[in-house]
Design a protein around this ligand. Sequence first.
Ligand code: WT7
Length: 642
Amino acid sequence: MNFYYSLDTIIMTLQIKSLEAYKTIYQKSVEKPEAFWAEQADTFVWRKKWDKVLDWEFKTPNVKWFVGGKLNITENCLDRHLEERGGKTALIWESNEITGTTQKYTYRELHAAVCQCANALKANGIEKGDRVCFYMPMVPELAIAVLACARIGAIHSVVFAGFSAQALADRIKDAKAKMLICSDYNRRGAKNIPVKQVVDDALTMGCDSVKTVLVHKNTGDSIDMNALDVWWHEAMQGQSTECEATEMDSEDMLFILYTSGSTGKPKGVVHTCGGYMVYTCFSFKNVFQYQEEDVYWCTADIGWITGHSYIVYGPLLAGATTVMFEGVPTYPDAGRFWAICEKHKVNQFYTAPTAIRALMAKGDNWPEQYDLSSIKVLGTVGEPINEEAWKWYEEKIGKGKAPIVDTWWQTETGGVLITPLPGITDTKPTYASYPMPGVQPILVDAEGKEILENEKEGLLCIKFPWPSMLRTTYGDHQRCCHTYFSPFKDKYFTGDGARRDADGRYRIIGRVDDVINVSGHRLGTAEIENAINQHPQVIESAVVGYPHDIKGQGIYAYVIVGEEAKNNTDLEKAIRAVVNTEIGPIAKPDQIQVVSGLPKTRSGKIMRRILRKIAAKDMDKLGDVSTLLNPEIVEEIKKGRG
Ligand code: WT7
């Protein structure tokens, strides 16, 4: 193997240790970003060093990091650790079983498993550049196969296994995936979910690009094996546990991850090899202040970006021990998370506000039953955390000793951009706080003018590239440009509103576009409306988010229905069923209100602002409705809100 750095010359990625260091490093990172990131990138294994650190302009956009560099990210996640920590536990898997089955992989074992899987993928026709779609539960084989793709330069596209057959088919078709990897059944709490059946259904929906379905036997319950299906264990049989990594360009695609936007069709966010590697490792080490002996646990699903960056890539790049959990927070009871923290002596625990709120509602007696003294850092991500939940988390889980890192980032940003650094910068409830080194956030007004004063609210943009930013939206570069780079000149637009306090801390207020955040799951209102409109009795619909105690935001649907629906007592159920089929259970409306019309402007645009206020029962200040095409409808809708 021809590494640019020999293994013993590798220095570790920078870990900031003090407030002074943070300030100095931040300053340097914005004054000389290329020099700063080159130093960080130098701590990785490259087959060939880059010719140029950064090439960029936001107009098209065109962003390239470590231009001309050659590498394979799995050599950095696995091979380079073998000498120093080959026997260290890389992955701890905690199953859904109440008996608490655990599996552990050392770095050496994980390396072997990934290589073996990579060889099996090759034997089944997968080559560099091919897309491989995943529809898997949280089992080690998911992480292994994701890394196996990266090993051979195949592009992974993990689809959260709660999506419907239709949603899965849409994503397979968009990526033209050549292979689909799934399990027979997924375990989720007390239920076994027949996911292979979902895959079979999806494949009847025009997924012609798929040549092989690799099926992992998870529960062993009976399934149909069809013409394209190959059992995982059979595919692995006889495959070598060594596999030379494929040399990749820094800017070759590493993965696609679909996420919702303000139009109906989910977009495939594309991340590339070099920059993503550097930033996820750098951010992991700093945000969680990971130390060599620590055990780190992120409760996310690998179907979302959090799982990609902070269960798989970030921790493994940093040589960490990462916990992966198959189950749910409340099964068999609301003590499950804390039992696992105690069992594995978890040092860094990273979860979502919705889980914190749900567990808080179950009472303090659950965390009180467990020894949580190992916890040093608590993290949250995915949605704004309310002060009550923040304080509960700090007191009942962290016992006032573990700083909370409220990490703000997005599928598109690849890694955490705004966050406190635990023990280094201060924390303030509900504030994501300060930018990471190399990250230059700004607030702008609706015209795109930068808001320079503090204690102001505005639209959150980033004015300079960072290594793990999205490069394109798969198959539609125009859309990437239009969504993120056209709204404001020379800036990346996040879609979030934020406030900056007197000390320069950022507080994320929430989405300002038609995206809602339900239990940390990002959904486009247009996507849900399209689904609802599939119901034959629905004429038109408008979906908005409204405050929900546990989920953060709930889904409120206003629907106009035809005459024939007036006697349909099962209408609500039927609408939810349609959404379930089109997208999946996460998108089912919490509340459905039948209306005779929707408030519209004279140009025919639905006034969502009014609908949002009514759904939130915030009806006093609806603003001027007289300019509407149909102002009278507002009273009717208000009455119907109840
Ligand atoms: C949106 C991105 C990043 C991984 C999980 C979500 C919201 C994310 C926070 C936070 C307030 C947050 C934003 C963002 N969000 N983190 N700490 N505080 N809001 O990734 O599905 O791409 O969603 O989640 O609105 O734009 P995603």
